[in-house]
Ligand binder design. Structure first.
Ligand SMILES: [Zn+2]
Length: 287
């Protein structure tokens, strides 16, 4: 894993802005129907939709500098002002760049995302972000039309966190799914933010039912439905295997070793619990 990716994942894991490496420059990838994906900079991938008169952003990068760079890239493509920001969840690599955008815009998120952000922004080092808490929240899926762009903000229950929104654009058949999918590593579940791996499998199932052919996420290139199906199958297989081994009375260490998960020596304890640790905790916790 290269250092930039490591630091991005680190920031994602703890939800805080950490010392950042020299941010890679942004690249804007045109997709279809006025939708663009933004890669690079500091923080997770973002996306934006150019409407008739306005621009709708999805997620906000991790630093003010990268947010401003994204705004500059948008202005090369359109005169339309950025009018709305939708947040997929509360991790710092998706929200800490908010201070680079104009104050007072509608910021739309799940109510649990707002709560996580309120907690994080109490840190005096985060005071610049205090004016950027979500001001339109929801607790259930909601269709909306913003500047003639049809969107469905879908909430499928706790998964990566307890406030993950899927931003589905039915006309473009694109879904921006934040960190509900990872590629090249196991999914990350923030139990401290109410995330669950069982919920994640259910979220993936519901995503597969969408009439979408392109899935955009925080830390990988665009994915197809087949890619998402592969991830769902993999997590379901791991659930079944852990459940079976727990039923045989195996310990978490025995299960990890049977499933080829190294107990990475030297890794700070609890920093990155493996997916198997998470599934084990969920399977064995007292209800
Ligand atoms: Zn995240």
């Amino acid at each position: 894993m290269n250092m930039l990716k490591f630091l991005v994942l680190t920031a994602c894991a703890c939800g805080l802005a950490l010392a950042q490496p020299q941010a890679a420059s942004l690249s804007v990838v045109p997709l279809k129907g006025g939708v663009y994906m933004v890669k690079g900079g500091s923080g997770a991938n973002t996306a934006f939709v150019v409407g008739k008169k306005e621009v709708i952003l999805i997620d906000a990068k991790m630093s003010e500098e990268s947010a401003k760079a994204e705004l500059a890239e948008i202005q090369k493509l359109t005169q339309n002002p950025v009018k709305y920001i939708i947040l997929t969840h509360s991790d710092g690599d998706h929200v800490n760049g908010l201070s680079g955008f104009p104050k007072g815009l509608p910021i739309i998120a799940h109510a649990n995302t707002k709560k996580d952000m309120e907690d994080a922004f109490k840190d005096p080092k985060m005071s610049a972000l205090a004016p950027y808490l979500p001001n339109q929240t929801m607790t259930a899926s909601q269709p909306m039309t913003l500047d003639s762009v049809r969107l469905e903000l879908l909430y499928f229950g706790p998964a990566h966190t307890s406030g993950d929104l899927v931003v589905y654009l039915p006309d473009q058949k694109i879904a921006f799914v934040g960190d509900l999918v990872f590629v090249g590593r196991d999914p990350l579940i923030h139990r401290q933010k109410g995330g669950t791996s069982i919920g994640l499998a259910q979220n993936l199932q519901k995503m597969l039912a969408l009439d979408a052919d392109t899935f955009l996420c925080g830390h990988a290139d665009p994915l197809t439905k087949a890619d998402v199906r592969g991830l769902m199958t993999s997590i379901e297989e791991k659930h079944a295997k852990v459940k079976g081994l727990v039923a045989q009375g195996k310990s978490v260490e025995e299960i990890k070793s049977a499933m080829g998960v190294a107990s990475a020596p030297g890794q700070a304890a609890g920093r990155f619990p493996s997916l198997i640790d998470i599934i084990y905790q969920e399977v064995t916790e007292k209800k």
